[in-house]
Ligand binder design. Structure first.
Ligand code: GCB
Length: 600
């Protein structure tokens, strides 16, 4: 009876609380934190026995209760007191052979002690959980979160005790038709607590979030806001950029919000000179530091202007996979440095982080290394366009992506979709996302990866109606791979219906590292090199193409790729193999980009 009562109370809390973007604490790298990374106990629960009873209703002996037998007569049919442990952060598929194809629920459990500090609030923060998470602490359900690639947090100040706190997470990566992404993707559905977990400690009233960027259309004014969280909402707030001699004081209102707009003389951020400033934000009860770069990004006709100057975006697509080691989600600063270092080696100034928001190390390190970033949400291929919850979910992921990275100079483009079918309901869905992205951030450009159309055998047209809504039109095309042989590129004429810059957001072909043949032998390095040569020759002549991100930096895991001894569940379109070996096409792109680099 008591159990049922507890469960009903817990469920009332679940349904009243979904982690939403608006609660997100940003700039977690510069806050007081306690890591909960490490080994977590797990229960693999394919039938969700820890959640549903035999009537498929919510179980009253849920695993969230963490029950233990009270005496020898007691029947408790679950236990986290197990040797089965998984490393967090980390996907479960790559940690154990028997988990490789597992899609479903895994329960994670972690014990910790915590010495409460006076006047300190504590939040439990997850970098990402793929795909759906329900989180509890000490049997209290904190809420749930949907979407596998964005961060969320819950306040746990009142639940914490000194000894034996336990966090339990139900993580479920079942693919669902109505989800974002949906059931069909050309990448591996890595499940679990794939990014870092930590406690964030803050004062009672703290600086939860802020925007500090150049005002739209200006290279001399910084505009933005600071948002406090707590009871002492009205405070004096100071924003300082010591190196630029800036110190501005403002007051927050009864909602804890303060807005500002002041002039500044700054060295601008660019890939050649990725200048970051130390920024300090201080209120009466809190202070926080960040390193922020300032740059403008605009379009004019067919041009993309970085700091007012036309730029060509020399890019590459990247999946969030560890650079070596047999296929696993990337999660560490070292992974980010290696992946982005490879992009630098290719002479890139730009990366497309496909097909979902990558971990925050990627954008922080891109800021430092001087790489512009295209960041996107997993609205991929065939989402349920007419389902309102699907839209709300996509919108929430978009908001969480933007909230987390809106102060990163590297990020210049928000992408709302990849290769979606042209039809009115899809265009309506995506147009609403474009409008939301602009409302959330008016300092960046909005894009999406669209497809092309043939007008006749040799004329290609870009005229997807979504292009009207975008600032920059992305276009995926596979001439020489899915679309004819490489030489087909040689006679193609490109047209665009839009007076806007176009980025060729994908092209490429597959090759197994070390497999050699002539240029017409599929899967050989020579064939892939030929795909690159012909495409680069063709694209270089098209005036409105202002950037490209070939597909892709490194071979990546995909259950759709089945050819034995060639694919073995890897998409082989990487310029680098899964073991880090460079294929011939790597050098072709590196040389091409080397020539495209502006000579100073
Ligand atoms: C595409 C998709 C990408 C695939 C790629 C391929 O157009 O956007 O996710 O992996 O093609 O290799 O076919």
């Amino acid at each position: 009876m008591l159990r049922s009562f507890i469960i009903i109370a817990l469920l009332m809390i679940i349904f009243s609380y979904n982690a939403k973007a608006m609660d997100l604490i940003t700039n977690v790298d510069n806050r007081s934190t306690v890591s909960l990374n490490g080994r977590w106990n797990v229960i693999v629960d394919p039938y969700e026995t820890g959640y549903y009873d035999y009537r498929y209703e919510l179980a009253d002996d849920s695993y969230f209760l963490n029950e233990k037998p009270i005496d020898k007569t007691d029947r408790v049919e679950s236990s986290f007191d197990t040797d089965h442990m998984l490393q967090v952060p980390g996907d479960w598929n790559s940690q154990e052979e028997r988990m490789f194809f597992y899609e479903g629920t895994v329960w994670y459990h972690r014990l910790f002690d915590y010495q409460p500090k006076p006047e300190t609030r504590v939040f439990l923060y997850f970098g990402a959980i793929n795909y759906k998470a329900i989180v509890s602490i000490n049997t209290d359900i904190l809420g749930e979160h949907e979407g596998g690639f964005t961060p969320f947090n819950f306040e746990i100040t009142n639940q914490l005790r000194e000894k034996d706190n336990f966090v339990i997470v139900k993580a479920d990566n079942k693919r669902l038709r109505e989800a974002v992404p949906t059931v069909n993707t050309d990448w591996f559905n890595y499940g679990g607590l794939t990014r870092r977990v930590m406690l964030i400690e803050t004062p009672e009233t703290f600086i939860r979030d802020y925007l500090i960027q150049l005002a739209p259309g200006s290279r001399e004014r910084i505009a933005g806001w600071v948002q406090l969280d707590g009871t002492k909402t009205e405070q004096q707030i100071t924003v300082r950029i010591p190196e630029a001699g800036i110190e501005q004081t403002i007051r927050s209102d009864s909602l804890g919000r303060a807005e500002f707009d002041f002039s500044a003389e700054l060295t601008l951020w660019s890939p050649d000179h990725p200048k970051l400033y130390e920024v300090e934000i201080e209120c009466e009860s809190d202070q926080l530091k960040d390193r922020i770069g300032f740059r403008t990004i605009e379009t004019r006709g067919n041009d993309i202007l970085l700091n007012g100057n036309p730029a060509f975006l020399r890019g590459i697509c990247i999946h969030e996979e560890a650079p070596f080691g047999g296929g696993a989600r990337a999660f560490s600063p070292e992974h980010a440095r290696t992946l982005l270092g490879w992009a630098k080696e290719l002479n890139c100034n730009f990366v497309r982080l496909a097909h979902y928001p990558h971990n925050e190390y990627m954008t922080r390190i891109a800021d430092e290394m001087g790489l512009m970033v295209w960041s996107e949400i997993p609205v991929y291929w065939t989402i349920l366009w007419e389902n309102q919850p699907t839209f709300d979910n996509a919108a929430n992921q978009l908001e969480e992506m933007i909230l987390r990275d809106k102060n990163k100079a590297s990020v210049i483009l928000w992408s709302v979709a990849n290769e979606t079918p042209v039809k009115p309901e899809r265009t309506k869905f995506l147009t609403s996302l474009v409008k939301l992205a602009r409302k959330l951030d008016n300092t960046r450009l909005i894009t999406a990866a669209l497809e092309k159309e043939y007008m006749d055998d040799t004329t290609i047209m870009i005229d997807d109606p979504l292009g009207r809504e975008l600032d920059v039109v992305g276009c995926n095309q596979y001439l020489g791979w899915y679309d004819g042989l490489p030489a087909k590129c040689d006679n193609i004429v490109w047209r665009s219906a839009f007076e806007k810059p176009v980025i060729i957001s994908e092209f490429g072909g597959g090759a197994l590292f070390g497999l050699h043949g002539d240029e017409l032998t599929r899967w050989s390095e020579e064939f892939q090199a030929s795909v690159y040569r012909h495409n680069l020759d063709m694209l270089d002549k098209v005036k409105f193409i202002k950037g490209m991100t070939p597909w892709i930096l490194k071979d990546f895991r995909s259950p759709k790729r089945q050819i034995p001894r060639i694919q073995d569940l890897w998409n082989r379109k990487g310029l680098i193999s899964d073991r880090g070996e460079r294929k011939q096409a790597f050098d072709i792109l590196r040389t091409f980009y080397g020539r495209k680099k502006p000579k100073n």
